[in-house]
Design a protein around this ligand. Structure first.
Ligand code: MF3
Ligand code: CO
Ligand code: CO
Length: 264
């Protein structure tokens, strides 16, 4: 399928800012509710209500038949975990919550990791490395640069810790659509791929595994897990390329980066 790579006007960034901010506020809002004993279905309902109260709607429910407001992916789930009242969080779990909202026709897409109780040393190292991977990718985005630069540095940061990046899923163009060109791969070769210019808008969303990078999608058609059942983590921001750098639309208003999240 050929997708168009839309170059937005810098004045369009106002709409993206609003959508990105709401998506980030949802992740801030849900933070104190992520605790042992809560179900991922309950967390999803809370986020759904918050989004509606704040003038947005989820981009996920109904997207290719997806049934819920957000994706919640615990432990060995790489992405697209479907929230459920039967999935009760336990001490030691690590989970990704991925929120995509639509505000006035503009999309904002962001995800963070959360600790349920105290994580294992390896889980903590995975989560911190995944955040560093995303930030290294984002820091490689600049006008005149290449998407290959972004993928290359992300795979290097993850591999330096003995981890792998997922190759089967990637970041994506976003704006007035949910998923458009370009694909933002979690691997690559410097100086290759799409050349970055002001007005491009896309996500950077590396998935990092402790074991093999291989993925399997379960029979529900969504839940994607590590083939070896090792742990997986992910962070995601939506950003735009500007004349002299980038603007991240999904920064946390509370200043949250990676867990544990503490108010300043
Ligand atoms: N938010 C995911 C992404 O980062 C996509 C979720 S699609 C859904 O691109 F249908 F599963 F919600
Ligand atoms: Co995304
Ligand atoms: Co997302």
């Amino acid at each position: 399928m050929t997708q168009e790579l839309t170059i937005y006007h810098l004045k369009d960034f106002e709409g993206l800012r609003k959508a990105g901010r709401l998506a980030a506020e949802v992740l801030d809002y849900i933070t104190p509710f992520v605790k042992p004993g809560v179900s991922t279905g309950e967390l999803d309902d809370k986020m759904d209500a918050f989004i509606i109260e704040h003038g947005g709607r989820t981009a996920c429910r109904g997207y290719h038949g997806y049934p819920k407001c957000t994706c919640i992916s615990p432990n060995h789930v790489i992405c697209h975990g479907i929230p459920s009242y039967d999935k009760i969080l336990e001490k030691g779990d690590i989970i990704n919550i991925d929120v995509t909202v639509i505000v006035n026709g503009w999309y904002g897409d962001t995800s963070r990791m959360y600790y349920v109780g105290k994580p294992s040393i390896k889980a903590k190292r995975l989560v911190e490395t995944t955040y560093a991977t995303m930030m290294a990718g984002i820091n490689a985005v600049k006008p005149g640069g290449f998407l290959g630069d972004v993928g290359a540095i992300m795979e290097e940061v993850a591999m330096a810790e003995g981890f792998t990046t997922v190759h089967d899923y990637c970041g994506h163009g976003i704006g007035r659509v949910f998923h458009g060109a370009p694909n933002v791969l979690n691997y690559g070769k410097r100086g290759t791929g799409v050349k970055l210019v002001p007005g491009m808008v896309f996500t950077v969303e590396p998935m990092v595994n402790t074991g093999s990078k291989d993925t399997i999608t379960l029979a529900d058609g969504w839940t994607t897990v590590t083939r070896d059942r090792g742990l997986s983590a992910q962070f995601e921001h939506t950003l735009g390329v500007t004349e002299d750098g980038i603007e991240i639309f999904t920064l946390s208003p509370k200043g949250y980066t990676f867990p544990p999240y503490k108010d300043k």
